[in-house]
Design a protein around this ligand. Structure first.
Ligand code: S5P
Length: 453
């Protein structure tokens, strides 16, 4: 992924572009809406943006810099700080008292001003702004723009003799979002139709609710987790990546009321003892009504997996309601999992994972062909016949320095249409575990409700 692409993805996460049906200032209905103002609230992003914008031009060609109010003001300020081009400020309206100035700051006649704009649409607002600057004896030859909506504005200004340097256009943005599975084909079609002047079909695909999924499934483990979700108004799975039986049981007690399932890596419990660890855990799962999901990620031939599933000290088949399994062993490797809901690992959240789109597609075929598979773990959308479980969720961090990559609950429900979020350190490392689990429960549930409106 090149730097510009990953930069755009960082910006996208701040919610700068939305897809749906939006009425623009002109009254036109647009399938996307861009608002770059949130960029200014993230100083690191604003700094990077400023560097990218400055790369589009040669600063020595200009004497001063000015942002079109308001969205471009912080951008122009950041560019001024970085390039040392002096900033002038253009008011939206002239003051009605005092100096009645429209342009504030220090400038002199004949200076060449670099104009900064966030989004260019028809170009009309720039064509109104430029004469107001030129009236002060300042010349404008170049405009840098973060995003060109490709609605003729750039061409119009270029016809009038201005050089327009844009960092992204909407086609590039869609391409990057498509490569990262963040935009659907329908949304792309709507945008293309909009840009080429064709009629836009705004009908949106509806996602199935938990109730509808419950009605559709025949798998008893899928039914169970959906019933719990509906009853507890939760789609939260807490990952109990702790090291002792005491910690595990304490954790289960604290998060129990807020979760649909507790995910374990049972082989990291240093003092594991079936009676001491599993029996009380099972009791807690009954009392608080949550499932036990053993994240064993089986990855062997069917026969070995069968042995690993039922034997050894962990005897997973005796207590787990759900297990995760890789599908690397191929078609029949999942047949050994009986009386358990299988969650297939289709795509991983870690940086550089080998689960590329080819792998995911083949893994999905295997998952879909097995009635014991209730869903998949993935960072990408999957068909609604399977439940989607998404780890790599954290409200505070974007990574852990060890390859984990995080998204927010809002992001995964909106963009991946996930069904269940899996949260580990966001909860078990929190100072107040009960509160953290409640916060994630609420964030997950609200994001689900928003996505199903
Ligand atoms: O792709 C994956 C699949 C899984 S199951 N990425 C993951 O992080 N997981 C698991 O989810 C991982 O093994 C860990 O138990 C949990 C995420 O923990 P966190 O602390 O990063 O939230």
């Amino acid at each position: 992924m090149d730097n510009k692409e990953s930069f755009l993805l960082e910006c996208y996460k701040l919610g700068i572009i939305k897809f749906g049906k939006f009425t623009l200032k002109s009254g036109i209905e647009s399938p996307f809406y861009v608002d770059l103002r949130p960029l200014a609230s993230d100083p690191k992003i604003l700094k990077k943006l400023s560097s990218y914008l400055l790369e589009l031009i040669s600063t020595t060609d200009f004497d001063i810099i000015c942002g079109v109010p308001y969205a471009a003001l912080p951008m122009a300020t950041a560019m001024s700080l970085q390039s040392e081009l002096p900033l002038i400020i253009k008011r939206k309206e002239a003051k009605t008292y005092g100096t009645k100035k429209l342009i504030e700051g220090i400038f002199s006649t004949g200076q060449n001003c670099l104009l900064v704009e966030d989004v260019i649409t028809s170009g009309k607002s720039l064509l109104e702004t430029i004469p107001e600057i030129e009236n002060e004896g300042i010349s404008v030859s170049d405009i840098v723009v973060v995003l060109d909506r490709q609605q003729g504005g750039k061409e119009l200004l270029e016809e009038k003799g201005f050089k327009v340097h844009s960092l992204f256009n909407i086609t590039e943005v869609c391409e990057i979002l498509r490569n990262n599975n963040l935009i659907s084909e329908e949304e792309i079609t709507r945008i293309n139709d909009f840009l080429t002047g064709n009629e836009v079909n705004f009908e949106v695909e509806k996602h199935l609710t938990y109730e509808q999924k419950l009605e559709k499934t025949n798998n008893s483990f899928a039914k169970k987790i959906l019933e719990i979700a509906i009853e507890k108004k939760s789609n939260l799975i807490a990952s109990a990546d702790v090291l002792t039986t005491k910690e595990l049981l304490d954790f289960a007690e604290k998060v129990g009321p807020n979760i649909v399932a507790l995910k374990t890596h049972i082989d990291i419990i240093t003092d594991f003892d079936f009676d001491e660890t599993i029996l009380p855990l099972k009791e807690l799962s009954k009392n608080y009504n949550f499932l036990l999901m053993e994240d064993r990620k089986f990855a062997d031939i069917g026969n070995t997996q069968e042995l690993q599933f039922a034997n050894g000290i962990y005897k997973i088949s005796f207590w787990a309601d759900l297990v995760t399994s890789q599908v690397i062993g191929g078609e029949t490797s999942l047949d050994c999992f009986l009386n358990v809901g299988v969650i297939a690992i289709l795509g991983m959240s870690s940086k550089g994972t080998l689960t590329n789109s080819d792998y995911r597609e083949n893994a999905l075929k295997i998952a879909l062909s097995h009635p014991n598979v209730i869903g998949g773990v993935s960072q990408n959308k999957i068909p609604e016949d399977l439940l989607l479980f998404t780890p790599g969720v954290n409200l505070e961090n974007s990574g852990d320095g060890k390859g984990q990559q995080y998204n927010t609950p809002e992001y995964v429900f909106k963009n991946l249409q996930t069904d269940f979020i899996i949260v580990g350190r966001g909860i078990y490392k929190a100072e107040n575990i009960e509160k953290a689990s409640l916060d994630y429960k609420i964030a997950g549930w609200n994001s689900y409700l928003t996505g199903n409106k």
